[in-house]
Design a binder for this molecule. Structure first.
Ligand code: M6R
Length: 613
């Protein structure tokens, strides 16, 4: 969603800001803007569309400045246009502000400000902030940082903001609540980012601003931070865990393809130091202190959204089969609003690639309030969910830039497998032979994926059949049902083909009505307990002239003969099948989208991290 980058120091700000915005493009946005301090005035440039449009617009301008703020906006309040793009200016043009998040009480604040004569130029919730801060600054005759703090005490909602002020030309003020904000610390300079991507090429020394904090950045002074109660806070400097190369596409045409191909490495990184087959050990350091609570849990409640929710459904199979503790998997957005029953001996597991998904954050807060133990599975180090939860395990998949989640998903499932195996062994629930088979199989998953990736061209050929199609059905049973959901989500989000995932046996309770000679039916028909049942479901599709595209185990003979197209995956323990079966589904969606002329990495309307409700 929206992205923030800001700079104050002794270098030219514009190149830092515009390149920072390019690094934030992956988050999803529809307009962008920059404000720079030039002498005693703020110069403002905004443009609907891509950052390249803004860059073209700025090309012939004098942009010399050593201080500025920049923003990519993903529209919430008001359509994507130049007026609604950030930064927003105060009426006297002395203050410029950018904002991520949502001001929930903006209508009340706006009305109050309008009653006092303020005129609004945009339809955004953000504009209230700039007028409110300026109003308090003028009336209360306090320092700007104090005016910001006072203004924010009136605000309900979430925000990460950065402010330029003509009256304070040596200071950049930033503040946050609910939306992430990082300060990069250089030599007599500061960088600000809504994540590490615009900062990592400049410095790895970062401070994560905490909720309710307001920071003053002055290039000639040490960083000062105060909380909303006006108490001074000591900045805690950390090392940014991100590498520049991980943010580049390298030899790949798209981030999504790169990330699909990175899965063997991502899974090895997820397992590193946690799985040692020779020593017969599975251990997740991050949850050791909470393992007793997990072993004695009344039940596990997994909360997540989108693809992470699908990983949660796989987790349900893993935990129930191996640990024998009941599991509920909840959409975080539903869980938070239905007054759920949460016991103190429940363990809630929040899964999130970004660690910034608003609904998942709210579900974590609710579970904590009710006294449950909350464990996080996140990819982004230092993210909000990673910091809010009692304990957790990072997935270590490396930055995921493509909007469609791929390597983060398989890394989430890897962590869930490790967690389930470690708990099952400690609980004494798992037969030693099963445990050994699973840890051996898990170790071999990366090389199995490498084998699947060699079928890229074959999958591309199959993708041609989908071009021009408007619908698709994905079927799977057991642990392959979440894969049917995930395959359908991948296809619809990047190719815009309507796709549904169903448990194979459910088809005859409704969706079978849709099947005719035009309907592609993607069936996960790998070696599993219900294989014969899936074969019958395939017969039902064929009888209605549907076209079968199957994912089968290499040794399969029956389903291959029934399929119009098939993709082979290596034999794998049934519970681990999602780790391999998801890969051809990702490649299929990728090629269909590409052949259909879609923007694979930045699909329409989508954002990488959904930081609003
Ligand atoms: O960052 P999170 O894992 O919390 O994100 C959850 C979903 O927004 C995300 O998985 C989304 O569904 C992806 N676009 C799927 O590819």
């Amino acid at each position: 969603m929206c992205g923030i980058v800001a700079y104050i120091g002794n270098k030219e700000a514009y190149p830092i800001l515009i390149n920072g915005l390019k690094r934030l493009e992956y988050r999803g946005y529809d307009s962008s803007g920059i404000a720079i301090m030039q002498g005693n005035k703020i110069s403002l440039y905004k443009s609907r569309g891509k950052v390249s449009d803004l860059e073209a617009y700025c090309a012939d301008k004098n942009l010399s400045s050593t201080m500025g703020i920049a923003h990519t906006r993903w529209a919430t309040h008001g359509e994507p246009n130049d007026q609604n793009a950030h930064p927003h200016l105060s009426e006297d043009s002395k203050l410029a502000l950018i904002h991520n998040g949502i001001i929930e009480n903006y209508l009340i604040l706006k009305q109050e400000l309008m009653n006092r004569g303020y005129v609004f130029e945009s339809e955004t919730d953000t504009e209230v902030l700039v007028h409110l801060i300026r109003d308090i600054y003028e009336k209360e005759k306090v320092e700007l940082a104090e005016a910001v703090r006072l203004a924010l005490t009136n605000v309900i909602g979430t925000y990460a903001i950065a402010i330029l002020s003509v009256d304070n030309p040596d200071e950049l003020i930033i503040a946050k609540k609910g939306s992430p904000l990082l300060i990069g610390i250089g030599e007599n300079e500061y960088f600000v980012g809504s994540d590490g991507a615009p900062i990592v090429s400049h410095t790895k020394k970062v401070v994560y601003l905490e909720d309710g904090e307001v920071a003053v950045l002055n290039a000639k002074k040490a960083l000062t931070i105060k909380n909303i109660k006006n108490e001074k806070k000591r900045p805690y400097i950390q090392e940014l865990e991100m590498n520049l190369e991980e943010l580049e596409k390298g030899k790949f045409e798209h981030y999504m393809l790169k990330e699909i191909f990175e899965q063997p490495k991502a899974i090895r990184d997820s397992m590193r130091g946690r799985l040692n087959v020779k020593k017969d050990v599975v251990s997740l350091g991050g949850i050791i202190e909470y393992e007793e609570k997990m072993l004695n849990a009344r039940r596990f409640i997994i909360v997540a959204c989108g693809t992470s929710w699908h990983a949660g459904l796989v987790g349900e199979h893993l935990f129930e089969s191996l640990v024998r503790i009941p599991v509920e998997v909840e959409y975080a957005s539903e869980f938070r609003y239905r007054n759920p029953i949460i016991y103190e001996d429940d363990v809630v597991i929040a899964i999130s690639q970004s660690g910034e998904t608003a609904d998942t954050i709210a579900a974590v807060e609710l579970a904590k309030e009710k006294g449950a133990t909350v464990i996080g599975i996140c990819n982004v180090v230092g993210s909000t969910i990673a910091r809010l939860t009692h304990a957790g395990s990072y997935t270590h998949a490396g930055p995921e830039i493509g909007v469609a989640s791929t390597k983060a998903f398989t890394a989430q499932v890897t962590v869930l497998v490790l967690m389930a195996l470690s708990l099952a062994r400690k609980k004494g629930q798992i037969a030693l032979s099963t445990y050994h088979q699973l840890i051996n199989d898990l170790e071999s998953i990366p090389s199995k994926i490498e084998k699947i990736l060699k079928q890229n061209e074959h999958i591309k050929e199959i993708a041609r059949y989908f071009v021009g199609k408007t619908n698709a059905i994905y079927l799977g049973r057991g642990v392959n049902f979440p894969m049917a959901l995930e395959g359908a989500l991948k296809l619809k989000e990047i190719s815009y083909i309507h796709a549904e995932g169903y448990p194979a046996a459910e088809m005859k309770h409704g969706p079978i009505a849709l099947i005719d000679e035009e309907m592609p039916v993607i069936v996960l028909a790998t070696e599993q307990e219900t294989y014969d049942k899936v074969v019958s479901n395939i017969q039902e599709v064929i009888a209605r002239k549907g076209k079968i595209i199957s994912i089968v185990t290499e040794s399969d003979t029956i389903v291959k003969n029934m399929s119009n197209f098939y993709i082979e995956i290596p034999q794998t323990a049934e519970l681990l099948t999602p780790l391999v079966a998801s890969v051809p589904l990702q490649l299929l969606a990728y090629h269909v989208a590409l052949l259909s002329g879609c923007d694979v990495d930045k699909p329409r309307n989508l954002a990488k991290s959904v930081s609003v409700e």
